[in-house]
Design a protein around this ligand. Structure first.
Ligand code: PHE
Length: 495
């Protein structure tokens, strides 16, 4: 039965007081406990300075391997083969059936225990005349097993055959130290008020400080990687003078999500396959009536230099509630508000959740986060957009940008943004952008001459790249490993 450490400490010290020297391996064998446990006991005695001296030694012993054990029991392969050769001889094919027989056969041949007899009709294997072999391998293995020594030559043969292996044992040779005692005083760890009052601190043995000990980690919450990356984006927007938009409404009307953005009512994105519509309340009717009239007009008849889509725009479609599919829904509300309040140049940003009825896979979930920036001012141009994007991504450490013409119903021109990823060694798409159409801005009441540039990107994508996560389900959702959240480092964007 394993003894308690405290008992072993007392026992070992008692042992030392009688015998002067104790070897940890021998002591472990005597006590029938694991050597490692005795090492632990010695370490704990060593925390009391000067009680014992311990010198580490290393010695080696030889052990039988699994194969060695089996040969030690059943005899060597060569001896088994020899025994299986009958008086009258045997065909080689009958004698040698498997790998072990093969080894045994060749050893028995080179030991000259058996030979090939070709005098008869067919060649056969017969025993050598006048010999009486002994199974030396088996005998040597037995000696090793009992811890006895064998000649070097035999040992190296057995080692070569992988029948024995050398085990290095690190042991301690323990002797009495200058403060040797069999009764360890537990050193005090705290200076108490009591000790000061009664003066006992003067004779108390205090435990030394361990200046190298690690402090206890404080229990604290941990930011999810998405939140860490979000704070980096937010900081950049704030540095660039942008104001955060209120994004606290996941439920939005089709009006602000689509119609206000000059997205036609028959656009495929407005299908239930792509968008989550709300069943209850299914409709909203709080959007401004005069503005809605102007939106209706620009969709169905055109205006502001546009011919519109020329279809029958319906309130019933605009009223449908949905989970917003992009944060541009919030941008449209904010731009309308800016127009109502007497337009002043403004810069807005948002970072929040959006929802799409997508097929889920390793990189897509039905809900994700968008980062969006919007700049509204007189005479801003596509050149301004490219410049702002350069500045924005530069702050993230992204220097190489490329723009590719794209299409959005609400921007013209539109550009996808690509950056060269040094780690992945390729151009990756990092965002979408454009100049908002007059068909979107003028009905809002933004003055002639005011242009709005905007861009959007997902938050998940840079986060996955940053933290080396290749399956989005390892980043978001009920299956994520909370330890991942606990362990991941602070976010510094250095793509
Ligand atoms: N709303 C776009 C999207 O969901 C992003 C975007 C924002 C594009 C602003 C242009 C301007 O992908």
């Amino acid at each position: 039965m394993a003894e308690k450490e405290a008992d072993l400490v007392t026992d070992l010290l008692q042992h030392l007081s009688i015998s002067d020297r104790v070897n940890s391996v021998e002591y472990a064998a005597e006590k029938n406990v694991d050597h490692q446990k005795i090492v632990g006991v010695i370490k704990s005695i060593q925390t009391h300075v000067g009680v014992v001296d311990a010198k580490q030694q290393s010695s080696s012993t030889w052990n039988l391997t699994t194969e060695g054990k089996s040969l030690e029991e059943n005899g060597s392969y060569e001896f088994v083969i020899y025994q299986r050769v009958p008086e009258e001889g045997i065909a080689q094919s009958e004698l040698v059936k498997d790998k072990k027989d093969k080894i045994g056969f060749s050893k028995a041949m080179s030991n000259k225990w058996i030979k090939m007899d070709k005098s008869g009709e067919k060649p056969k294997i017969v025993r050598m005349d006048g010999i009486n072999p002994v199974d030396k391998v088996k005998e040597c293995l037995k000696l090793v097993k009992n811890g006895e020594s064998i000649p070097d030559k035999d040992r190296s043969d057995l080692k070569k055959r992988k029948l024995i292996e050398e085990i290095i044992v690190k042991s301690y040779e323990i002797s009495k130290g200058e403060n040797f005692t069999t009764k360890l005083q537990k050193a005090a760890t705290d200076l108490t008020a009591q000790m000061i009052q009664d003066g006992s601190w003067k004779n108390t043995d205090f435990k030394d400080y361990n200046y190298l000990a690690m402090g206890i980690k404080p229990q604290a919450g941990h930011l999810h990687p998405l939140l860490k990356v979000r704070s980096v984006y937010r900081q950049i927007f704030l540095e660039m003078g942008f104001t955060e938009m209120p994004t606290n409404n996941y439920v939005e009307s089709s009006f602000w999500n689509f119609d206000a953005l000059f997205q036609p009512q028959q656009h495929p994105a407005r299908d239930a396959h792509d968008t989550f519509f709300i069943a209850d309340p299914a409709e909203c009717n709080t959007f401004p009536a005069d503005y809605a009239e102007r939106v209706k007009k620009v969709h169905s008849e055109g205006g502001y230099g546009s011919q519109g889509y020329r279809y029958d725009w319906k309130y019933s479609e605009a009223k449908k509630n949905l989970l917003r599919t992009h944060t541009t829904a919030v941008s449209s509300r904010m731009l309308y508000k800016a127009a109502q309040e007497g337009f002043k140049p403004c810069k807005f940003f948002s970072i929040d959740r959006v929802f799409r009825n997508e097929t889920l896979d390793a990189t897509h979930l039905a809900e994700f986060h968008q980062v969006e920036g919007v700049v509204a001012d007189y005479s801003v141009t596509l050149g301004d957009l490219m410049g702002v994007l350069q500045a924005f991504f530069h702050k993230l450490g992204i220097r190489k940008l490329r723009f590719k013409p794209a299409y959005n119903p609400y921007t013209e021109p539109s550009m996808e943004v690509f950056s060269y990823h040094e780690g992945l060694k390729k151009w990756v798409e990092i965002g979408n952008s454009g100049v908002f159409r007059p068909e979107m801005l003028r009905p809002m009441g933004l003055p002639e001459g005011v242009n709005v540039i905007a861009w959007g990107l997902s938050l998940e994508r840079p986060t996955m790249i940053k933290y080396g996560i290749d399956n989005i389900r390892d980043l978001v959702g009920h299956k994520i490993n909370l330890q991942m959240v606990h362990d991941n480092p602070v976010c510094r964007m250095d793509f």
